[in-house]
Design a protein around this ligand. Structure first.
Ligand SMILES: [Zn+2]
Length: 201
């Protein structure tokens, strides 16, 4: 029999959910509230839905000090939102770097255009730089759509270059079911959180 998934209650909306679907917070040794996206940091945890509205409710109602039974620093909803978004971006960036090390990345607009024109038995995803030129962006978006490949706009050219150990890159493509599934999931969570979705209560 499969092991039951532990459940926790969101301290914002009080909904009881499966633990992996919730956002975990811990206190750092100096008492600062710290988002623990990987659910790996030691110590007591407090949970909210992956939703800004639940984090805000938890802060407004002073639920973090209640959950930790101690005064906490850093329980500011806007600040937490920014920190969580940065953590999510870092995770996406680290998967991109991993995919690159595994040889699953193609970069540069001409290379990616060629890559998209070829049929592929494995899943693919395309990343565009936020500062890509309009015509190149449009060209890649059209090609991706024709080939049923998702296109995401996230980091800037410089960041992609750094992640891949190259110069500026305005277009990056990843192939391989494992990496693409993982990246798609992370991007969806990021997008939901950024748009303020993720909790229906
Ligand atoms: Zn909630």
């Amino acid at each position: 029999m499969a092991k039951a998934v532990p459940r926790r209650t969101c301290i914002g909306c009080r909904e009881n959910r499966e633990q992996p679907d919730l956002l975990r917070f811990v206190l750092s040794p100096d008492g600062i509230l710290t988002p623990d996206l990987m659910h790996k940091l030691p110590g007591r945890g407090a949970y909210t839905c992956l939703s800004y509205s639940c984090i805000r409710k938890a802060c407004e109602r002073k639920q973090f000090p209640r959950a930790f039974r101690i005064e906490v620093a850093g329980a500011d909803a806007g600040e937490l939102r920014e920190r969580i978004l940065r953590c999510m971006e870092e995770r996406i960036a680290s998967y991109l770097a991993l995919a690159n090390k595994a040889g699953k990345v193609v970069s540069g607009s001409d290379q990616v255009a060629g890559f998209l024109r070829k049929m592929s038995p494995v899943k693919r995803i395309v990343f565009l730089a936020s500062d890509i030129s309009e015509d190149i962006g449009q060209r890649i978006r059209t090609l991706a759509e024709l080939n049923n490949v998702a296109c995401v706009t996230l980091f800037d050219k410089e960041r992609y270059g750094e992640l891949l150990g190259k110069g500026l890159r305005s277009v990056v493509a990843v192939r391989g079911d494992g990496f693409v599934d993982k990246l798609t999931m992370e991007i969806e969570r990021y997008g939901n959180f950024l748009r303020g979705e993720g909790c229906t209560i």
